[in-house]
Ligand binder design. Sequence first.
Ligand code: DMJ
Length: 644
Amino acid sequence: MVFRKLPGVSASGMGLRLSQKFVFLLFLSGLVTLCFGALFFLPDSVRLKRIFLSKTEIQPVTVGSGLENEAREHLKRPREQDHPRGVTSAKETSGGGARPKGLGRKTPTSYEATEERLAGGKAQEDLTLSGSNVEMEKVTSSDHAAGLDAFSHRKFQRCLLKPMLGRDGGKPGDPKTNERREKVKEMMKFAWDNYKQYAWGKNELRPLTKNGHIGNMFGGLRGASIIDSLDTLYIMGLLDEYNDAKDWVRTSLDLTSNGEASLFEVNIRYVGGLLSAYYLTGEELFKTKVLELGQKLLPAFNTPTGIPRGVINLGSSGTSWSWGWASAGSSILAEFGTLHLEFIHLTELSGDPVYTEKVMNIRKLLNKIEKPQGLYPNFLSPVSGNWVQHHVSIGGLGDSFYEYLIKSYLMSDKTDEDAKQMYYSALEAIEANLVQKSPGGLTYMAEWRGGILDHKMGHLACFSGGMIGIGADDGAPDKRQHYLDLAAEITHTCHESYDRSATKLGPEAFRFDSGAEATATRLSDRYYILRPEVIESYMYMWRLTHDPKYRDWGWEAVEALEQHCRVESGFSGIRDVYTLTDSHDNMQQSFFLSETLKYLYLLFSDDDLLPLEDWVFNTEAHPLPVVHKSCMQDKSPQDKMLPG
Ligand code: DMJ
């Protein structure tokens, strides 16, 4: 519509005829309606949307039990920012976009890489948590306050099949093994004492510069080494040290931080560490703390699919983001797939089903989604629920998702049939597509990029020997021996990666191409940061087979750690496992105390210390009990009288 200017009259509204004014007003109101409506189609990341739309209007659906249909509907709705299934951007095909160096199993989970990510990686702001949600969470929490008293630790202990610390704390009868176990205990005490002296309350010790490191992976939470050490100190009988750690939790663990954290890291280290400290000791303090922390993680699930994003603000906003380096704002399989064990236990302790609902929703989505060749790619859109890239890895980015499938089944007292079915189908697909034999006869797990194999195995992928081992017995009867053999072969290959280095410690990644066999061919893959995965597999394989070679290999690792990683004030990673002139990285990772030393200690202990019939280890080696549900639900008169 064009406005006609009246002769001799200015073009202001005053000069318009009534009918023109009416048409103009009509046009204007149409325009306003159109603009407002358009807000609904803006991507979540546009701030205008937050300003103009009430928060409840953009509240995404999270799927819990009973809400599956609603979620399915939601997933069907196309959205502008959705990344179409199977479509990969040019940036992605060139190697995962802004993926930081040094990614491995821990990649989205590796320490340095995660820090880089937190420093620069906020790509997609998610407007997920509304004020009303915060209120809802508070209601949930108080509603379930009664549940806090409902969990009886005494009953839990009675439901265990075996005493948790075995006879005599798992002390082995054989003096040589006991001596080795004592050595590992001494290493723990040394690592702990130095942390206490130079870095108390910080996240890790820097053993060369003798100070503490905080980093930005835990959103302002402190004391990662303390939380990660609680259970190790306790099972080793380092009780003075354990008591110092417990006192620190009581007086100084501040959960009111407002920083940006990796959901995955906070879950595996803090939630896992506090849960296992509670189950082992029955100290109410740990339960109270872990439930408080659990509440703070819930907003991360407020995405259209309920698949959490990687980074969460631990403050009251609960805002979450995808890692800046992750393709098209995707979430990472190894991150959102590694919450199940801890969240099931948060429900156990709180009586609040919300935690279980969150992880069951992830499970359902993954179970239903179409999988290329039966494989699970590493990147998934939390908005559309579709895969974003076809990169599959048993090492970094994928690893602990598979681990949590089999462990969910075991931890459910073998009742979680979905987890079982998903694990064995995934394993079949992995065997068909990824497992390879080198010309020299070494079995390894390659990585898969849309059908093309990369003949590389990360140190992180070496956990898979142990994983396949613990799952062997519940596989199809005709496959059991095969799985145990496969587990042994992979563990052997990982040992070779250690044995073929000058230091007898393994590199971050090793290759099987251009003539290489289990050795790093790139300078950037030669480092060792005190990682546990190879030793973890030795420990499981020892328990499953009692082949003495696993203890021997573990001892080789102890000697190498002592020789190359022990410095005056703690343990440090090294930059090159192929040279004897050690160049230290000045970092005593908290997982060294939580995992590496714990697995070594268990390797030299009797099997009745944390028996596998009753315990599964989370991916940070924190022991979580098998849920013996029928026993726990049994209300015998005697149980009714049990205090908490
Ligand atoms: C640990 O924090 C966990 O094992 C995680 O799953 C990946 N690896 C690191 C240590 O390497």
